[in-house]
Each structure stands twice: as structure tokens, then as C-alpha cells.
Design a protein around this ligand. Structure first.
Ligand SMILES: *[C@@H]1O[C@H](CO)[C@@H](O)[C@H](O)[C@H]1NC(C)=O
Ligand SMILES: *[C@@H]1O[C@H](CO)[C@@H](O)[C@H](O)[C@H]1NC(C)=O
Ligand SMILES: *[C@@H]1O[C@H](CO)[C@@H](O)[C@H](O)[C@H]1NC(C)=O
Length: 338
């Protein structure tokens, strides 16, 4: 059942503008994505590990030196540096960083140092903790990952919590459960993008036969058709479906439109989340950290533009107004606004 809806949803969002990187690869309209944290070149992990060690050696900490290195390396590079740190000094870099820092700066460094899948698995779990499930967080994480990333997150989630991520999404989210499972499945059904009109026609006819609008029908028939086709092919199938029935497949799932809209325009979506995390009484630091750490290697430049257009101030100013010290400094470095 979920797989079915999932497949349907893939169509809806890809028809509009998918957020799945893999899907976008071949989409007609490409969205530009410009990170503010790039791979540092040439990377010398020995030098970086030494600089970090030096910054933390003895009494006191040279926070500027920590920021200089870590805010200008990608997460993958930071992890390599941590490996070398361990080899050269026999110490765990993250542990050292945590013992040398505190507060939000410490939390930010931790977010920067955790392996991506593990980090996101924890964030997802946090978002589903307690009585309120933070839907925006779930969507923001799940809807923007490529296939292989989703797979890695699921695995990390299983390892960390001994539970299945999809099960948690279903049980811990009430009315939104379906949508969330759907977005989890938003990754393309497969990576090879091929399409075949004749096959699409056959599938569309089969869909009409089993009655796609009737959710009481044998789901496995639908699943067989829908889930096993790639998004490109699914697009064709639903074009054919519309020719046959006059119906848009979106009508079947019209209550998903809000979510569709919210993720259709990704930079606008994240600009709004940034706004939410900085505006009003008190900053939502956990959210701000997550957004900066995850988006800085993807599309921070577009989000910053969108933020300024929409809210009439720069993201940097919004961050400056709400944060301070090395925490602020590191955030600004990550979003390319030192
Ligand atoms: C789209 O997919 C085809 C394979 O079907 C591939 O040859 C082509 O390079 C892809 N285009 C882009 C822009 O990735
Ligand atoms: C890194 O820098 C050190 C000097 O600080 C040098 O000895 C070493 O060869 C460099 N490593 C690489 C891979 O360039
Ligand atoms: C997203 O929406 C904003 C308006 O809110 C628009 O300026 C921007 O061009 C849109 N981006 C894309 C990629 O459609």
C-alpha cells in the first residue's frame, strides 16, 4: 500500500519538479545548486590534523584555528582529517573538540564531524521524539537525499536505534505518516533512467483495468506496475493514463499537494525553514545548525538569495542578530559570509 502511494507520489513531484538529485539529473529543467563549502584543494590531512592538534594542545583553545580548518573543509574531508588525527595522535578528534568547546559552538562542531548518514539518522529520530513530530525536519531531510543516501540513512538508523526508519515514520507520525513514508521513498525506484512509450501504454491500460482510483483493489498488481518503474517511465505511464481516462493522476492524491508545493521549490522551502529557525523569540539552534551543516555543501547560495528576496534581509544578518561568538563565526564561515 505504501509503496503504491509512494510510487504515485514520485510522479507528482517529478512532474512538478523533483527534489531528488538523482531524478533531477535527467529532468528537463535543471535547478542550480551552489554550495558554500567546497572540497578544499589541495587537501593535506597531515597538516590539518596537526593544525587542529596545535589549536587544542595545552591550556586554552584556539577556536579561530579550529574554524579556519573545519569550516573550510567538506564533511568527507573532515572525516579524513579525523582518521589522520587518530593515526598521528591516537586520539578521537570529535571527542577532543567536544572537550575543548561548549554550548552551541560545540553542537555545531559535532554536527560538522558526524558521518552524514549517522547525523541525519539522529536528526530524524530527534524530530520524531516526544509528542510533536517535526514534519518540516523530516521533509527537509528525506526529500532532498539521493537514493544511495536514503539507503545509508536507513542503515544508520537501524544501527543507532535498532529500529526500522520506515516503521518509525509510520507509527510516530499520525496523519502525516503516509506522506512521510512517501517522501522517504522519493528516491528514484531505480537509477537507470530509460523510457518506453509502448510499455507505458501497456502499464497505463493495466492501471485502468485494476482501477487506480479504487484503493480497495489488489494492491500488489498496482505495486508491480508502479514501484518497479523508474520515474521517467512513470511520467510516461501517467501521461498515457491521462489520455485514456482524462484524469490527472494527481487528483488521486490531491491532499499531498501542500507537501508537493513545499518541496517543489527547494530553495524557497529551506529559506522558510531558516526564517523559522531564526525569527521570533529565541533561536532554534538545533534547527539552524542542521540547516547550515546540511545545506552548505549543497545549495546554500540559492537559499541565501531566496532568503534575502523573501525576507528583505540577508541570511548572514539574520544569523548575526541571533547568535554570537565562535558559534556565529563558524556559522558565517560555513555559509560563505565571513
Ligand atoms: C539522461 O539519461 C540518458 C540515458 O537514458 C543519458 O544518456 C543522458 O546523458 C542523461 N542526461 C543527463 C543530462 O544526465
Ligand atoms: C603534507 O604536508 C607536509 C608538510 O607539512 C608534507 O611533508 C607532506 O608531504 C604533505 N602531504 C601531501 C600528501 O602532500
Ligand atoms: C522559487 O520561488 C521563488 C519565489 O518565491 C522564485 O523567485 C524562484 O525563482 C523559485 N525558484 C525556482 C527554482 O523555481
Amino acid at each position: 500500500m505504501f509503496r503504491f502511494i509512494c510510487a504515485l507520489f514520485i510522479i507528482t513531484i517529478t512532474l512538478h519538479e523533483s527534489v531528488c538529485d538523482d531524478c533531477l539529473r535527467n529532468a528537463t529543467r535543471r535547478v542550480s545548486r551552489t554550495p558554500t563549502v567546497f572540497p578544499y584543494h589541495p587537501l593535506n590531512v597531515t597538516d590539518d590534523a596537526a593544525a587542529l592538534r596545535q589549536a587544542m594542545y595545552g591550556l586554552g583553545t584556539d577556536e579561530d584555528a579550529l574554524i579556519n580548518v573545519l569550516a573550510h573543509r567538506t564533511k568527507a574531508q573532515r572525516l579524513k582529517i579525523a582518521e589522520r588525527f587518530k593515526e598521528d595522535y591516537g586520539k578521537d578528534l570529535l571527542k577532543d573538540l567536544k572537550s575543548e568547546t561548549s554550548g552551541n559552538f560545540q553542537k555545531l562542531l559535532e554536527a560538522m564531524m558526524l558521518p552524514p548518514a549517522e547525523y541525519l539518522a539522529y536528526e530524524l529520530n530527534k524530530a520524531m521524539d516526544g509528542s510533536n513530530t517535526d514534519e518540516d525536519v523530516l521533509i527537509g531531510i528525506l526529500c532532498t537525499q539521493a537514493n544511495h543516501e536514503i539507503i545509508a540513512i536507513r542503515r544508520a538508523y537501524q544501527t543507532a536505534f535498532q529500529r526500522n526508519l520506515e516503521d518509525d515514520l509510520v507509527t510516530r507520525t499520525s496523519d502525516t505518516a503516509q506522506r512521510l513514508v512517501i517522501t522517504l521513498c522519493n528516491a528514484c525506484p531505480d537509477d537507470q533512467v530509460y523510457s518506453d512509450v509502448n510499455e507505458a501504454k501497456k502499464d497505463a491500460e493495466a492501471l485502468v483495468r485494476v482501477g487506480v482510483l479504487n484503493l480497495g483493489v489488489d494492491q500488489s498488481a498496482l505495486n508491480n506496475i508502479l514501484y518497479q518503474r523508474n520515474w521517467k517511465q512513470l511520467q510516461l505511464i501517467f501521461e498515457e493514463y491521462k489520455k485514456l481516462t482524462g484524469y490527472n493522476i494527481e487528483t488521486v492524491i490531491k491532499n499531498e499537494f501542500a507537501i508537493t508545493r513545499s518541496i517543489k521549490n527547494q530553495s524557497a522551502f529551506f529559506a522558510r525553514l531558516f526564517r523559522k529557525s531564526t525569527k521570533g523569540l529565541g533561536t532554534n539552534d538545533a534547527s539552524l545548525i542542521r540547516l547550515v551543516v546540511t545545506r552548505s555543501e549543497r545549495d546554500m547560495v540559492e537559499i541565501k538569495q531566496e532568503f534575502e528576496e523573501k525576507y528583505g534581509e540577508t541570511l548572514a544578518d539574520a544569523i548575526k542578530a541571533d547568535t554570537s561568538g565562535y558559534y556565529e563565526k563558524c556559522l558565517l564561515a560555513l555559509i560563505g559570509e565571513e
